[in-house]
Ligand binder design. Sequence first.
Ligand code: HOZ
Length: 426
Amino acid sequence: MALKMEKSKELFEEAKKYLVGGVNSPVRYFKPYPFFVEKAKDCYLFDVDGNKYIDYCLAYGPMVLGHANENIIKAVKEQLELGTAYGCPTEKEIILAKEVVKRVPCAEMVRFVNSGTEATMSAIRLARGVTGRKKIIKFDGAYHGAHDYVLVKSGSGALTHGTPNSPGIPEETTKNTILVPFNDEDAIKKAINENKDEIACVIVEPVMGNVGCILPKEGYLEFLREITEENDILLIFDEVITGFRLAKGGAQEYFGVVPDIATLGKILGGGFPIGAIVGKKEIMEQFSPLGAIYQAGTFNGNPISITAGIATLEQLDDKFYRETSRTAKILSDTLRDLVDRYNINAKVYNIASMFQIYFNENEVLNYEIAKMSDVERFMKYFWGLLERGVFVPPSQFECCFTSIKHDDEVIDKTIKAMEDVFKELE
Ligand code: HOZ
């Protein structure tokens, strides 16, 4: 290995004794061992062996302002002095909720939770409670967090580590989860026809960001909106990744398709744990204490995450969207050029600040096609970049992100690293 990683190796050996697989989330593990981070600033991660990496993983999405953002630090420090959890409401929750409602088209009301997983779990419960129906439709390869309703044919670490259907989930729990391929109108029509009046919701990542970066075909999200409306099925956009990223109002603003419910997370917490369920008033009011659908949590709306969220959204101006989209496009175009120049079987996808290369000869429209990618070649690309100081998520089935701190100098360094890596990719 060209990289000096002795200290990381030592820490990994120690970590394995106490932490399952040496990590606290499977996506963080890669062979032979991951680097251990000492600190992070702007678009850089610094590891315990003194290596510095340009970071395109960005903690799997939240750090769009870069690491250790000054305004967030200042706001959170002030809040720390005032207390970290009250179990009582605060004015700041109203401030952040108002910001969310102002930006996100479907959001008339908000419930803050602590992770994207909690958000999708509660959103599905809400949809089932409101409609009185049990079945849900989910897309093959979509990842909506690590809870039982949705951990079937799932993406992200579950796919990377070869367990898209997790043992430990009773089939009774997932027998009501109907799976269909993404971007396939006939498949979902068929599923709806075969389960008439039984489906509570369709849950979809408008851009599939947990199996790489799969874009919806033109008109596909509009089609989902129409077919769900026609069949009194609630449409849930899981915008944990796309929320506040594709546009101020997320994918629903970007594509002009407004769901009934949306789930948010990642960017919303500015690097602190958060999730949110948002939606139309008459739906959201079915949550307890107004309605009977129970949803609760000691740290829901905790003042630290809320403070960081306010300080984050304040900084997401037009320049932020313009710049993060511009840099992600430059890198995507670079990869496409390199694919052509070296005649590599690969496809590159990009939208706003998201991008990914698939080592795959086919257009990647869904999970089945994504799975045909050459993951060994991807890991060669990953290591080539890492050895040159560029960190992309260590899986073919994750997505890269740019932050506002990825300036032209950083992008040029990345391009140089990509060019060098492609020279070695056979
Ligand atoms: N959505 C993230 C990865 N695609 C989750 C990160 C994790 O599992 O740790």
